[in-house]
Write a protein that binds this ligand. Structure first.
Ligand code: COA
Ligand code: AMP
Length: 624
């Protein structure tokens, strides 16, 4: 009982008097105009207050005398580089990057798209936008040109920031042809592309649109921090919805800064000056929140790692980085641990290298299977904490609040509601279900600070998340609360899947598959995968008269890769005679998924064409 007293107290305070709780949390932020209120219905969190997120993440630490402290450790096994930036150096880099953007006409409220690899300039760029009050939209490097184009068309940026290449393991991936192609197909025209040339690949610049980043920054004047309203957008981050159109999650400045500062101390237990490493990518929400903003807002040192858990150069790279840089708290995706375990099941690297000062490892992004948790705890001999969140929320809604002294964990569960969040599991009629029973995972309104308050250009899409259950946010996940109060997330209720911790939409893949001229119809489902958690798999029916199935399967794989990007990881396409359907014509995706997972599934009574299952069952023998 004692062990979670701190958590219980904080949770109760956040529920009983959220105003006092969040106004108190807001004192960890420096405001230009301090908040008089925490939540205002219709106006948002800390409405009326003003601040600058970059000032809070960078300049204020210098002003407080901590300028010599390490702010960013860039560790790049793929290039053999490592470099540390102090807070003073970070401030100077960010200020001139902001100056460069300001000179090109970027002002408060303008959008800037950032399509960059995991290099320090990406952080400088994000923080430079925040400094000016401009709104950045970072696009993950694993997306193809059409996806980048969609985001450019929606966000309408003045400027695109990019680099000459990304590096994926041994592969150097030139970015410029992709950016050029995206700008060709996008309807929106940008003023400039600013490109950081990396020695691994030189990109050709097209005058007068394209500018060399290093040349521009060399002549830029440092720019100061522009105060913005707490409710003004800090960034747009596009994430997969259920359709082919990505949802532009808008994050505000004030609620975000307060929530992230609170989370560093109370969820992760990280103190100013400590080293925090989130092994993710800045293109995902985990990267935005816990590579860039949260560690810096809290005055910690953040690690920017350009590499993979395995192959750069081996399965010891995480532990080597942790030991070399005295990492205190580590955060990664279960997939990364599964990849390490596959290569080093005995944990030889861990015994050889050790884990230095590491106190805890946090996992998120997909369900952490108990086997992975147990393996990691045995190997690391420290708490391995699963916690749950979403791009929409921006920080964890379920966790074991390690920073509040809570150590309760149960493998397979994502922990307890974080202070500020009231979770309810609802049945299809919107009634709360008893503990132990599964239902839709919802959060009672208002959402917590830092959670999304809108979708860019898409009020109807935003409203949809609140329509099914009045007064609640529908997370899209299914789960249950057990007798001890642990919340278990079991999967999605829609067609979103998490592949290696990357959020993707099977609906979107289906739309792409359907554009292949030989395809009559198709279904894409997520099937279990021992490494990536889930992988997409397509079933297609060809138009009459089409032959050459093997070639067609390859073409469809290539099509999804070209349209969505390599990150889609669609590698398996099965040409079938027909798709199983109900009498009303609905594709029986759940049945397909179970068969593909090797389950011994009964033929559903609603099926119109039971014979087609025979062919599909033959493809996937029932697991012993
Ligand atoms: N830029 C360009 N391409 C990228 C990319 C990026 N940033 N990220 C991934 N890709 C490519 C990969 O190179 C791969 O291409 P390929 O088909 O040509 O091999 C493809 O997209 C699929 O990538 P991925 O699913 O990541 O598989 P992988 O085999 O390259 O790596 C893991 C497997 C487990 C090592 C890797 O997925 C991993 O580290 N996962 C952790 C995920 C994570 O941190 N998620 C963040 C959420 S917390
Ligand atoms: P993303 O928006 O990319 O962070 O993906 C959010 C989705 O990932 C959630 O809605 C869940 O389906 C899944 N997810 C994230 N973290 C966890 C977790 N710890 N356990 C189970 N599912 C998770």
């Amino acid at each position: 009982m004692d062990k979670h007293k701190g958590y219980d107290r904080a949770y109760q305070e956040s529920m009983n008097d959220p105003e006092a709780f969040w106004l108190d949390a807001a004192t960890s932020v420096e405001w230009d105009v301090p908040p008089a209120r925490a939540w205002t219905e219709g106006a948002g969190w800390f409405a009326g207050a003003m601040l600058n997120t970059c000032h809070n993440a960078v300049d204020r630490h210098v002003a407080a005398g901590n300028g010599a402290r390490a702010a960013v450790i860039y560790e790049s096994p793929v290039t053999g580089q490592a470099r540390t930036y102090s807070y003073v150096e970070l401030r100077d880099q960010v200020a001139v990057t902001a100056g460069m953007l300001a000179k090109l006409g970027v002002v408060k409220g303008d959008r800037v798209v950032i399509y960059m690899p995991m290099i320090p300039e990406t952080l400088f760029a994000m923080l430079a936008c925040a400094r000016l009050g401009a709104i950045h939209s970072v696009v993950f490097g694993g997306f193809a040109a059409p996806e980048l184009a969609k985001r450019i068309d929606d966000a309408q940026p003045k400027v695109v920031l990019t680099a000459s290449c990304g590096i994926e393991g041994q592969k150097v991936l030139p970015y410029k042809p992709l950016v050029d192609h995206a700008l060709e197909i996008a309807g929106h025209k940008v003023d400039h592309v600013i490109l950081w040339q990396r020695p691994q690949a030189q990109a050709e610049l097209i005058a007068p649109r394209d500018l060399d980043w290093a040349e521009q920054v060399a002549v830029a004047e440092p720019a100061g921090c522009v105060p913005v309203a707490a409710t003004d957008p800090l960034y747009i981050l596009y994430t997969s919805g259920t359709t082919g159109t990505p949802k532009g999650v808008v994050r505000d400045n004030g609620g975000h800064a307060v929530a992230l500062c609170w989370s560093m101390a109370n969820i992760y237990g990280a103190k100013p000056g400590e080293v925090f490493w989130a092994a993710s990518d800045v293109g995902w929400v985990v990267g935005h929140s816990y590579i860039v903003y949260a560690p810096l807002l809290a005055g910690c040192t953040t690690v920017l790692f350009e590499g993979k858990p395995v192959g750069t150069p081996d399965a010891g790279t995480f532990w080597r980085t942790i030991a070399a840089h005295d990492v205190d708290i580590f955060f990664t995706a279960p997939t990364a641990i599964r990849a390490i375990r596959k290569e080093d099941p005995e944990g030889r690297f861990i015994s050889e290298i050790g884990t230095g000062k590491l106190r805890a490892m946090f996992l998120a992004g997909e369900r952490a299977d108990p086997e992975t948790i147990h393996w990691a705890e045995d190997q690391l001999d420290m708490p391995v904490i699963d916690h749950w969140w979403q791009t929409e929320l921006g920080w964890a809604g379920l966790a074991t609040c390690f920073g509040l002294g809570d150590t309760r964990r149960k493998a397979g569960s994502a922990g307890f509601p974080v202070p500020g969040y009231r979770f309810e599991i609802l049945d299809e009629n919107g009634h709360s279900v008893p503990n132990g029973q599964s239902g839709s995972v919802t959060v009672k309104l208002p959402l917590a600070p830092g959670n999304y308050a809108s979708l860019w250009n898409n009020p109807a899409g935003y409203a949809k998340a609140f329509e099914t259950f009045e007064g609640y946010y529908e997370t899209g996940d299914a789960g249950h609360i057990d007798a001890d109060g642990f919340v278990n997330i079991m999967g999605r209720t829609d067609d979103i899947i998490n592949v290696a911790g990357h959020r993707l939409s099977t609906g979107q893949m289906e739309q792409i598959v359907a554009t292949h001229p030989a395809v009559a119809e198709g279904a894409v489902i997520g099937v279990d995968d021992v490494l990536k958690g889930m992988i997409p798999m397509a079933f297609v029916v060809l138009k009459a008269g089409q032959s050459g199935h093997a070639a067609m399967e390859k073409e469809i794989v290539a099509l999804v890769r070209d349209e969505l990007g390599p990150v889609a990881a669609l590698k398996q396409v099965h040409v079938v005679d027909a798709l199983p359907k109900t009498r009303s014509g609905k594709i029986l995706r759940a049945t397909l998924r179970k068969i593909a997972n090797g389950e011994d599934v009964a033929t559903p009574p609603t099926i119109e064409n039971p014979d087609v299952l025979r062919q599909i069952r033959e493809l996937f023998p029932v697991a012993a």
